[in-house]
Design a protein around this ligand. Structure first.
Ligand code: 5AD
Ligand code: SF4
Length: 434
């Protein structure tokens, strides 16, 4: 049996894909690189915005054609599976099984039942131990940074967000478990980990998130720790202090702001004002200047006026984020914001998005320009060089580095090397090996 997993969405979903892959490999299945070669295709879906859902349905349509030509099992997992559950079978009757986000370990059973000819197999139950996945089973992709789950689910209730529905309430992995996994990753050669959760900084697996970072940093041989994603209201002074003072915590913070207008933030139920967000950034003190900051914005939220949007541009400018991800508001089924009147024309929303992204591009370029001439450590993230002659690496600030080395030289995958930055673009830094 050959399988292929297609994953959309965030790092949590990428990591779920690695877990699901490991489960199938443990069953003796063989991983292949494309659905065309596979007997089983698993769509590991995202439903954060309508566009992500469209991609899944379009792929399902394609697979329906493939299924007419040859025997093929099609499974759907991830956030769309959890959200739609049995409704998925109605919309796409050629789906063989549906696996929820909180029932990953049930995959082999579902596949066996589907193989045995059972129709419409589904498990979208909430298994409270989903986050206690056996680390030795996980089959990580060939990347220099290992993803590690520390918490699943979200207890906030942002009015636009589907995630509390698709990922359930928070469940925290005990810190001893996290440490054991990180140690075993370092034994296997990883030097960098990214701690994952829908809301990592509300961590409560026997210590605070700030403590967890310190404990993980004590693992010998580990060089950098990253984490994603955070809620501003759980960004404490203790956490800021660890980020500033612990040399193993990479100098990068993704802290989603969503809007620069208090009125909009209130309608989003974000639980903070712009002032409170800025106050929290202030916890970083002078170190703020050397910590790369990124954020998320939603534009065109129901009721967002020109002034609200101006406020967002103003905060963007004031903070001068290194980067931001911005999206037009997408109404999601079952979310409270559906009840708000959403009568802003799409043209206006798209125009606002364009303005914000253009401004961000200039800010990112300026932020990147500061690196030119500096020598910084970067981690080699891919086997290279690529066709253009450079190696892909990332800095501690999560800047993409295009690294050129002298002819005939080879770089060690996954290792830190010293790079001199020679060029800044909004999308990457050009560098030479020192
Ligand atoms: N519409 C548009 N963007 C959304 N996000 C979350 N839900 C929605 C939605 N309904 C964005 C937020 C979040 C990021 C992961 O996706 O900015 O931080
Ligand atoms: Fe998409 Fe959110 Fe689910 Fe990640 S948690 S896959 S971003 S809907």
């Amino acid at each position: 049996m050959k399988f292929h997993i297609e994953t959309w969405g965030c790092q949590m979903n990428d990591h779920d894909g690695e877990k699901l892959s490991g489960l199938l490999l443990a069953e003796g299945f063989e991983a292949v690189d494309s659905s065309a070669e596979a007997d089983l295709v698993l769509l590991n879906t995202c439903s954060i915005r309508e566009k992500a859902v469209h991609k899944v349905y379009s792929e399902l349509g394609r697979l329906r054609q493939e299924k007419l030509q040859r025997p093929l099992l099609v499974g759907v997992t991830g956030c769309l599976a959890q959200q739609e559950q049995v409704a998925l079978f109605k919309r796409a009757p050629h789906i063989d099984f549906v696996l929820g986000t909180m029932a990953l370990k049930q995959l082999p059973r579902l596949v066996a039942e589907a193989q045995a000819g059972k129709a419409r197999v589904m498990d979208t139950g909430e298994y409270p131990d989903n986050h206690l996945f056996p680390p030795e089973v996980t089959r990580r992709q060939d990347t220099a940074k290992a993803l590690v789950t520390i918490t699943e689910g979200c207890n906030h209730a942002c009015t636009y967000c589907i995630v509390p529905t698709t990922r359930g309430p928070e469940r925290h992995r005990p810190f001893q478990d996290v440490l054991a996994e990180v140690r075993s990753l370092v034994d296997r050669g990883y030097r960098e980990v990214e701690l994952l959760g829908q809301n990592v900084n509300s961590y409560a697996g026997g210590c605070t998130f700030a403590d967890l970072l310190n404990r993980v940093s004590e693992v010998d041989g580990l060089e950098w720790i990253r984490f994603t994603t955070s809620h501003p209201m759980n960004f404490t002074r203790d956490l800021a202090q660890v980020l500033v003072e612990n040399p193993k915590v990479a100098p990068f913070l993704h802290l989603p702001l969503q809007s620069g207008s208090d009125r909009v933030l209130k309608r989003m139920l974000r639980e903070y004002t712009v002032g409170e967000y800025l106050e929290r950034l202030g916890y970083l003190g002078e170190a703020r200047a050397r910590i790369a900051l990124s954020t998320d914005f939603i534009v065109g939220f129901p009721g967002e006026t020109d002034e609200d949007f101006e406020d967002t541009l103003q905060v963007l400018e004031q903070v001068a984020f290194d980067g931001s991800f911005s999206f037009v508001y997408s109404p999601r089924p079952g979310t409270p914001s559906l009840r708000l009147r959403d009568d802003l024309p799409m043209t206006v929303k798209a125009e606002r998005l364009g303005l914000l992204q253009t401004r961000q591009l200039a800010l990112t370029k300026a932020a990147n320009q500061r690196f030119v001439g500096r020598e910084i450590p970067v981690r080699v993230e891919a086997h290279g060089p690529n066709e253009s002659g450079w190696w892909l690496a990332h800095s501690g600030e999560w800047k993409t580095i295009h690294l050129t080395v002298g002819p005939g030289r080879s770089l060690p995958f996954g290792e830190l090397v010293q790079a001199r930055i020679t060029l800044a673009s909004p999308h990457f830094l050009g560098a030479e090996l020192v």
